[in-house]
Design a protein around this ligand. Structure first.
Ligand SMILES: Nc1ncnc2c1ncn2[C@@H]1O[C@H](COP(=O)(O)OP(=O)(O)O)[C@@H](O)[C@H]1O
Ligand SMILES: [Mg+2]
Length: 334
């Protein structure tokens, strides 16, 4: 039996609105996370990522279901479970008028550290988040990315076995974003921590994850390693055409696919376009195709035939964005 760091079963969260209506934020999520891996919840805004993390970390009570952290139930043994985890919330929760060091010392005391042990741990964390030189400066002189790093540091003070990070790069400049992603990998590689990471950005999930669960509308719609997930879209490349702001009707998309298939078949004696597996949003046509580059000329001819003007063309190999599009017919960022 694998050594699970997190086992969540049947998690459900239904929020009650003031007017009496309900929001089914999470509708039955199971998660199994192995020790020492980076596990990402990837899904669009509103998918239920934060709600899931909040239940697993004991910030909110599940409507149904439970999660075990290192074997301890978060609902029945919350203290034992919480001792094993560090939480890095989406919102920065720090004292801006205190220095980085003072913030870490303050939260370290909350975690029960004191004296020389506290000092040593704060030194280690400052070194890890690469803020040793700025440790005496007040946080209100820090950039958003530096504050986010202090936030991560707070989550590490009590030497947790796992860390939750809820979209830690949102609103952060590219340079600090890079650092945060590197930090996540170092936590796994150098400290063998288990990381539960949420994002709506395919690139981040792709760079970081050992395992991914794709979340949509409160449910996990696909899970596995990146290889397992991209296999779901087969060997199909994704061809993306921008066609100005013109509305692309579903019927037109079918026509484009059919005629592209015809052209490709004629040119190469083999069809290259997957069966009716395309998607269209205003201004964009996406076609899944085996051997995408080969299918390209045929599709371009077909789009021109439909009197649409092509602005740009992109060929992408199978990735997690393609898996989401394939399963939902929507783009992650919509
Ligand atoms: N406290 C709350 N009360 C009512 N609805 C909520 C609350 N928190 C989240 N929701 C709703 O639950 C759904 C999932 O939200 P959330 O978990 O924040 O998604 P994500 O983190 O993936 O963006 C959304 O429709 C959101 O509006
Ligand atoms: Mg969220």
């Amino acid at each position: 039996m694998p050594d699970w760091m997190v086992e969540a079963t049947g998690l459900v969260k239904t929020y009650q609105r003031r007017d009496g209506s309900t929001v089914a934020a999470v509708q039955g999520i199971d998660l199994h996370i192995r020790r020492g891996e980076i596990f990402s919840l990837l899904g669009p805004n509103g998918a239920g990522k934060t709600t899931t993390i909040a239940m697993i970390s004991g910030l909110i009570a599940p409507t149904r279901g439970d999660a075990k952290i290192g074997g301890h139930s978060i609902t029945r043994e919350p203290l034992a479970a919480k001792r094993l985890m560090g939480v890095v919330p989406q919102e920065i929760a720090l004292y801006l008028e205190l220095s980085a060091r003072q913030n870490l010392e303050f939260f370290g005391r909350l975690y029960g550290l004191s004296g020389r042990e506290l000092g040593r741990r704060v030194d280690e964390v400052l070194d890890f988040i690469d803020l040793t030189e700025r440790q005496r400066d007040r946080l209100d002189t820090f950039s958003g990315g530096m504050k986010r790093r202090v936030n991560i540091g707070v989550g590490l003070l009590h030497r947790p076995q796992m860390v939750y990070m809820d979209e830690p790069t949102v609103g952060i400049d590219p340079q600090n974003r890079r650092r945060i992603l590197d930090t996540v990998k170092r936590l796994r590689d150098e400290y063998s921590l288990t990381i539960l990471y949420t994002t709506h950005l395919m690139e981040e999930a792709q760079e970081l994850s050992d395992q991914v669960a794709i979340v949509d509308q409160g449910r996990i719609i696909a899970r596995g390693s990146q290889g397992e997930l991209t296999q779901q879209v087969g060997e199909q490349d994704r061809l993306i055409f921008t066609v100005g702001q013109q509305k692309v009707e579903e019927a037109l998309l079918r026509r484009i696919e059919q005629s592209a298939e015809g052209v490709t078949r004629a040119l190469y004696d083999a069809p290259a376009v997957g069966d009716a597996d395309g998607a269209a949003t205003a201004g964009t046509i996406t076609v899944f195709a085996r051997r995408g580059r080969r299918a390209l000329p045929g599709i371009i001819l077909a789009i021109n035939d439909a009197s649409l003007e092509i602005g740009s063309v992109e060929v992408r190999e199978p990735d997690l964005e393609a898996v989401f599009l394939h399963l939902t017919g929507r783009a992650l960022r919509d």
